[in-house]
Design a protein around this ligand. Structure first.
Ligand code: BGC
Length: 346
């Protein structure tokens, strides 16, 4: 295991961005930016032993700054939407930055994806730290964060999030990696197979906000309990699919503690990605709003050219009492872990 660091570029306001490469004994590697703890590349072996980059990204800081979509980024303080960017906690009303129609999305105008994180290196891992000041993007409390990315000799990438706040607050941390197991920039993921260990999903309205209703996947296009092509049912005349313009939904994961959430696989490369997590839900997002753009190495990315597997608390939990709470009490320790393990099917 080795870690190399080099300069990646500079932000528009002059901050230096570095890229850290963690390489394992197989020669597989991940490239991570200190800008947004962004997963820029994940290069893992296919069935013939050739390395394939399965993560979409850009070659320059300017493209990360200019484009939407949060490619590979670490997301916080609160992943996904909070209705109208408003909530009440302990009788106090809070107003957050609004950046998605009338709603707050992925931490606001300057979420954790836009922070250049303090970084230190320890053998197979990167330790990122950041203190989010009281009131940042409207959130209560000074939040002290510690994020660890490690990559091991079994091609497992583990993301660990720890945080503590000096006031009661809300928190929902995730990673927004866009996976394509045929290789980033090779086109659609609709021919890749997905299995999700969830019997239910949360219903959204047309703004992608949860209605509060939890639906059974049984008999719907959301039934991924048995591995199924992502594209198998995506064009069905189904109101939930119409509301999300495809899959853009939180699945209610079975069980608790560290357990498997989903398995993504490609018949073309034989690459299998198994996602395990401590989180209660996973946003399966089929890159429905990915507008055409240039990606790494001159590739072109389009709608549905990737899938995001965003382990998380349920969106807008603060307004839905039937969802697991996303409130972090003053002094309480927040801890979540997600592991993406890459294997081959033969
Ligand atoms: C959201 C989508 C959003 C995308 C990119 C996903 O997590 O659920 O609605 O368009 O992130 O911002």
């Amino acid at each position: 295991m080795s870690v190399q660091v080099k300069e990646f570029g500079k932000t528009a306001d002059g901050r230096t961005v570095s890229v850290y490469r963690i390489t394992n004994v197989n020669g597989a590697y991940v490239d991570v930016l200190d800008y947004g703890c962004t997963l820029q590349s994940i290069c893992v072996p296919d069935q013939d032993g050739n390395l394939v980059d399965v993560c979409l990204g850009y070659d320059t800081v300017a493209e990360y700054e200019a484009n939407d979509g949060y490619l590979g980024a670490f997301i916080g303080r609160h992943a996904n939407r909070i209705k109208e960017g408003k909530f009440t906690l302990n009788g106090v009303d809070y107003t957050l930055a609004v950046n998605n129609g009338p709603n707050h999305l992925h931490g606001g105008l300057k979420g954790f994806d836009k922070v250049v994180w303090d970084t230190s290196v320890a053998s197979d891992r990167l330790l990122f730290s950041y203190t989010s000041p009281d009131g940042e993007e409207g959130y209560p409390g000074t939040l002290v964060l510690s994020v660890i990315y490690s990559f091991d000799d079994n091609n497992a990438l583990t993301l660990t999030y720890d945080a503590v706040c000096n006031k009661d607050t809300v928190i929902n941390l995730t990673n927004h990696c866009y996976f394509n197991l045929n290789g980033a920039g090779t086109g659609t993921v609709l021919d890749q197979k997905l299995q999700v260990f969830a019997d239910q999903f949360t219903e959204n309205d047309a703004d992608c906000l949860p209605t509060g209703k939890i639906k059974d996947v049984e008999g719907t296009p959301f039934d991924f309990r048995i591995p199924k092509l992502i594209g198998a049912d995506i064009k069905e005349e189904n109101q939930d699919l119409i509301n999300g313009s495809g899959y853009d939904h939180n699945f209610v994961l079975r069980g608790e503690g560290m357990r498997d959430a989903c398995v993504l696989s490609s018949d073309k490369t034989g690459i299998v990605c198994t996602t395990a997590t401590t989180q209660p839900g996973i946003q399966i997002y089929s890159a429905n709003f990915m507008t055409e753009r240039k990606g790494k190495g001159g590739a072109t990315y389009n709608m549905r050219d990737a899938i995001c597997l965003e382990t998380q608390h349920f969106p807008d939990a603060i307004h839905n009492e039937n969802f697991p709470s996303a409130v972090l009490k003053k002094g309480e320790e927040y801890h979540q872990e997600t592991k993406y393990t890459f294997t081959v099917s033969k």
